[in-house]
Write a protein of this length. Structure first.
Length: 600
């Protein structure tokens, strides 16, 4: 692996073409293929930018969604390969971009050390030999893709007939990836989807060829060990190997937030560390048997990577996670939203992010998926949502229908962020709910939903001058709370140097440790959740809150024991961490006291 970090998927559009900006430097990134319309428009844009022929693929064409995705991924593959080929051919003359490739590498990587040594040498045969070796060692970063397994609505033809399981959104997107020329990985997030797994079993590129090479690899984004094992075993039984478990913090991340029941990142990574060999062996036994049944022979056990992401903010945290938990890499997502040369953030949103405070970042229920969503108060989509409510026209016109899954009022599914759904739901509530305070609470819950399909693409269209006439320009953005500490825009080199400890970024406010940040988010989440349900507790909810509290306390105890391992720079830093843990523990005692008082 060239780098010890990757750039995770960032919304729909923010990292849609990030590989074109970083892959030639050996940096891997993840592209969302949820929105085939976005993929098609970006293909048209980049064909024009590179003077390539563009032949449109309409959504209504046969298997249009999958074909659009395949065409876009093939274009990315082609362009990145050409970028990398040209970069690799450059001489090591001053000013050439090949230097950036090696300058961005981790400080102690072997290619970086050879490069430094070579640069200090006088011209001669030995220097030429080292330059040849460096070129041979260069590798492009991965063009990985993300599929949210929950975004898998059924699709219908013009006669409103269901097209069947092979044409649901997630399955069609997977087909688009499977049919592409890429040698890369699909990141499956948002939980298990048996229909999607069944389809993957029909795609030959997920299986080893005669040489043992797997062209398309599988990465599972998970929030705990148990869910990772369950999903991986389901795949292994089909002869599908999980190449990497990408562990993401439940709350200290961007995008949709899948909160665990009090399980914290440190203890979760500890479990993966302790059970890694056991996990690999158990999965390989199932996988090997499944391949034998398919008459596929494998001579060696495939590798199994463990990575983590969510809320990492300093080189020390990056290094600690990799070294202590024996990770293969770590993901840095939200900070790259402030790197204009890497992601698609329009100027207005960029300025708002750079000047935002911690109060601007919050966990919301604004996603139509019904999953917690990291929101940004200063987004123009949030501004538009409030304006529409004020005008008596809540909800959004639903054009893309990617999240249309609700059939509460209609035969065909509609989106809960749509104007149609919110009008019908509000009308029902006005007729059935008589308690004013309860009515207001329920109305707020309905109108909190926002259109992510358009909002998470708008910034990309604005930045690249692609917005169509009368197209909604309101921007949704979903950074993790960690972005509150970053105060301006950065270059790619500045951010990478910060990650590797070569040039630390100055934070605008004091920033607690990664683990403390996540712990505090969970304590506040528990407090808010308990207060919302305190008057309606049943046995099931009681057990849930008790287990949640116990897991958080176990996490606090784990971190207390781990303080010496953190190797903090001063005794004061260790003392501060101890105090922060005690503060969280005290808040947890108050919450437990509330629960006990209600039950007594």
């Amino acid at each position: 692996m060239t780098h010890t970090f990757h750039i995770p998927v960032l919304g729909l559009g923010y990292s849609i073409d990030t590989p074109l900006k970083v892959a030639r430097y050996g940096i891997s990134s993840v592209v969302s293929i949820t929105d085939d319309e976005l993929c098609e428009r970006m293909r048209k844009f980049h064909c024009a930018e590179n003077q390539l022929e563009y032949v449109a693929i309409a959504k209504e064409d046969e298997d249009g969604r999958a074909r659009r995705i395949t065409a876009y991924l093939n274009l990315l593959h082609r362009l990145v390969n050409e970028q990398f080929r040209l970069l690799r051919l450059q001489s090591f003359a001053p000013g050439n971009d090949i230097h950036n490739y090696f300058e961005l590498l981790p400080q102690h990587s072997r290619p970086k050390m050879i490069y430094r040594h070579m640069m200090q040498m006088e011209k001669g045969e030995e220097k030429d030999v080292l330059q040849k070796e460096l070129r041979w060692q260069m590798t492009a970063g991965g063009i990985d893709v993300n599929i949210m397994s929950k975004v898998d609505k059924a699709n219908y033809n013009a006669a409103h007939e269901n097209l069947g399981n092979d044409f649901t959104d997630a399955v069609a997107a997977m087909r688009g990836f499977a049919n592409s020329t890429l040698y890369s990985s699909v990141v499956i997030s948002a939980g298990l989807n048996p229909r999607l797994y069944a389809y993957m079993e029909t795609c030959k590129d997920f299986f080893p060829d005669k040489a043992g090479l797997i062209r398309k690899k599988i990465i599972l984004k998970v929030s705990d060990f148990r869910s990772a094992l369950i999903q991986a075993k389901m795949l292994a039984k089909k002869g599908l190997w999980v190449n990497e478990f990408r562990v993401e913090s439940g709350l200290n991340c961007g995008g949709h937030a899948f909160a665990t029941e009090g399980f914290l990142l440190g203890p979760i990574l500890e479990e993966f560390k302790q059970k890694r060999t056991e996990l690999s062996n158990e999965l390989y036994g199932i996988y090997h048997s499944a391949l034998q049944a398919k008459d596929i022979r494998v001579s060696t056990k495939p590798g199994l990577k463990i990575t983590a992401q969510g809320g990492i903010g300093t080189a020390e945290e990056h290094s600690f996670l990799i070294n202590y938990y024996q990770l293969d890499a770590a993901g840095w997502g939200s900070p790259f939203l402030l790197v204009p040369e890497v992601t698609n953030v329009d100027n207005n949103t960029l300025a708002a992010l750079a000047g935002a405070t911690s109060e601007d970042y919050y966990i919301s229920n604004s996603s139509p998926l019904g999953v917690l969503f990291n929101n940004f108060k200063q987004s123009t989509m949030e501004e538009q949502r409030l304006q529409r409510i004020e005008k008596g026209r809540p909800g959004s016109p639903c054009k893309k229908k990617l999240l249309s899954t609700n059939t509460e009022f209609t035969a065909l599914p509609i989106c809960t962020a749509s104007r149609e759904y919110q009008h019908l739901k509000i009308k029902e509530l006005m007729l059935t709910e008589t308690e004013p305070d309860v009515l207001k609470e329920k109305l707020d819950a309905v109108t909190e939903k926002i259109c992510l399909c358009e909002g998470l693409c708008a910034s990309t269209y604005l930045k690249n001058g692609m917005l169509k006439p009368r197209e909604n320009k309101a921007v949704s953005i979903c950074p993790g709370p960690n972005l509150a500490y970053f105060s301006k825009t950065y270059t790619l080199r500045e951010m990478v140097n910060h990650i590797y400890g070569k040039e630390a970024i100055s934070f605008k406010i004091s920033r607690p440790n990664l683990f403390i940040n996540e712990l505090n988010l969970y304590v506040e989440y528990l407090k808010k959740d308990l207060n919302a349900q305190l008057d309606d507790l049943n046995t099931k909810k009681q057990k849930y809150f008790e287990n949640f509290t116990t897991q958080l306390q176990n996490g606090i105890n784990y971190y207390k024991n781990m303080i010496p391992e953190l190797k903090l720079s001063t005794a004061l830093a260790a003392q501060e961490l101890q105090q922060q843990l005690q503060n969280a523990e005290e808040k947890l005692r108050v919450i437990a006291g509330q629960l006990n008082a209600k039950l007594s």
